[in-house]
Design a protein around this ligand. Sequence first.
Ligand SMILES: [Cu+2]
Length: 471
Amino acid sequence: MTSRRDFFRLASIAGGAVAASAVSRVALAALPEPVIQTSPDTMPPLVPNTGRSYNPVVTLNGWTLPWRMNNGVKEFHLVAEPVVREMAPGFKAHLWGYNGQSPGPTIEVVEGDRVRIFVTNKLPEHTSIHWHGQRLPNGMDGVAGLNQPAIQPGKTFVYEFVARRPGTFMYHPHADEMTQMAMGMMGFWITHPKAKHPLIDEVNRDFCFLLNAYDIDPGSYTPKIMTMLDFNLWSWNSRIFPGIDSLNVRLNDKVRIRIGNLTMTNHPIHLHGHEFLVTGTDGGPTPKSTRWYEVTTDVAVGQMRQIEFLADEEGDWAFHCHKSHHTMNAMGHNVPTLIGVDHRGIAKKINSLIPDYMVMGERGMADMTEMEMPIPDNTAPMMTGEGPFGSVEMGGMFSVLKVRRDQKPGDYSNPGWFKHPEGTVAHEYTGPLAEPARFKSEGGQSMPRIQKPPTPTEVKVRKPSSGHENH
Ligand SMILES: [Cu+2]
């Protein structure tokens, strides 16, 4: 007999969408069988075949949790458990998550839906789930100790409420939060509008992902949970570049991207080649009078920002966090800046004392990407990612928006690198070079230089005699 798990896996391989299937009356009395997903690939949108219809989202390097209908109630089953997440090819992390993955699956419902979520705890410690941003009865808010007893290991709890307002929300534990969020426990929740909404536009592509961060030493697997701010892996849905899938769209598609921040710092998210509007927060859609065009929007801790734009420029457009140390992977950062320092000869001398000594960064850090230095097993390279013109020298929170004329509607597959029309790529100039014109005043400071050297001032230094020692 094919289990739900097998069914889901097969459907994913076939590239088809999966939806909740009909279940017998007897089965409805029991818990919905949990659906587990272990692939880190971006799954195709889960087109609803029960309940009210909507335009599903695509979770970057993630998936949407199938549900079943039970007497008009949408039932989901989340399993909190230890998971192994491939954060980038060649680098796996031992995290905690839901249903085989960190982050957990995206939950998609429709405004007005009655939702029942079973939560089974397979962690070694108690947990709970807080439904960030939702309007719900106080006892469903998920703060362990305040709104409910914590869910002990091995126990299953039931949450039930009506998804009252449309928007983008998050879910995460509200019990031993610092540990459980540092271990990767979080997920997205989308409530689609039940009818045409004056502030929610229809779009052709709707993406979502969470910003998260980990502190995993090179060569190890488990995050350090006591880290407060100094994380070394900056990820989107627990993936780091070059492990983050590209966002593939068709030319002139209207695109929405929902970005939630469950890290401990803010992330200015920047899109190249297009301007976008912030059309929503976790408080709901923004009034039209508050929208203006941006190319970067800051997503603060515990916030969600929903951006929308018309993808009307063909190409491969960088899309990333604008903090430059968030587009790098694990590295020791107590390295002095050595740009401009000539090391010739010094490395050899040090090598006789420390055989593996390597001089870093005397011409900037870009050399690091070409050095291919030996690194411990299970370590993400610091800056990498091969592009059509060489190394992209990026890591962490970086991906690419691919806009293509011939991308089919509904096709989310990667179209490969953009083929630039002839004469539209920056290239080396090979003509004659003129001497650069310089300002005579050199430096243009507000305090102009004295042209004539000033007369030296005579300074008389009197050495204290030994008799003055005690003064
Ligand atoms: Cu950032």
